[in-house]
Design a protein around this ligand. Sequence first.
Ligand SMILES: [Zn+2]
Length: 56
Amino acid sequence: MSDNNHKTLCAHVENELQVKDPQTYMKLIQPATHYCEGCGRSAAKAENVCKPKKLA
Ligand SMILES: [Zn+2]
């Protein structure tokens, strides 16, 4: 895909960018400190999402 720069975060989550390309996804959701690998939500606390991942 070449139109990544024009996509909304919502569209990226629909395509599971948080699973396929976590590094890119992390850059998009900063300054959040955690995100969910399941549904793509970003959060300040790991306990607030179902499959928490910490931003590297
Ligand atoms: Zn979730």
